[in-house]
Design a protein around this ligand. Sequence first.
Ligand code: FAD
Length: 117
Amino acid sequence: MDEKSSEKAHAYLKKLGVHIWTKTFVEGYENDVVFTNGTNFQTETLIWAAGVKGNPPSGIEANALGKGNRIITDAYCRLNGNEDVYILGDAALIQSEEYPKGLPMLASVAMQQGAYG
Ligand SMILES: Cc1cc2nc3c(=O)[nH]c(=O)nc-3n(C[C@H](O)[C@H](O)[C@H](O)COP(=O)(O)OP(=O)(O)OC[C@H]3O[C@@H](n4cnc5c(N)ncnc54)[C@H](O)[C@@H]3O)c2cc1C
């Protein structure tokens, strides 16, 4: 999500009393302890919400992949440099000035691209 959405989510969660550690990566969870690249935490409940990562098929060059292994496509959902390979939905990373991080990974986006395709 963009910076403005992240800031809003941050403020909302903080208001709820949630402690937020950014740039902290979970490395494991064992015996009620969450291990991170910094501080370790004791917790009986762990909710995993780290997002999803694409599993691209073979034949897709590494330089065609963006964040989260999404496949970089042009504004017409075509794999860059290809006239007849289309990528839709979560797998597609369509970057534009308005959406530099691509369109959000949402069902509505996938459905609209499906109809467009
Ligand atoms: C927990 C969760 C909650 C969500 N909540 C919302 C929400 O409230 N609102 C919203 O708009 N979006 C929500 N989303 C996002 C939404 O689910 C996705 O954006 C949407 O499903 C993307 O559609 P898609 O067709 O690109 O991929 P998917 O719906 O993931 O479909 C991909 C399909 O391809 C199949 N597949 C994978 N690999 C292969 C292969 N090699 N060969 C053949 N088939 C394969 C998979 O089994 C799957 O059926 C949520 C996602 C998650 C994970």
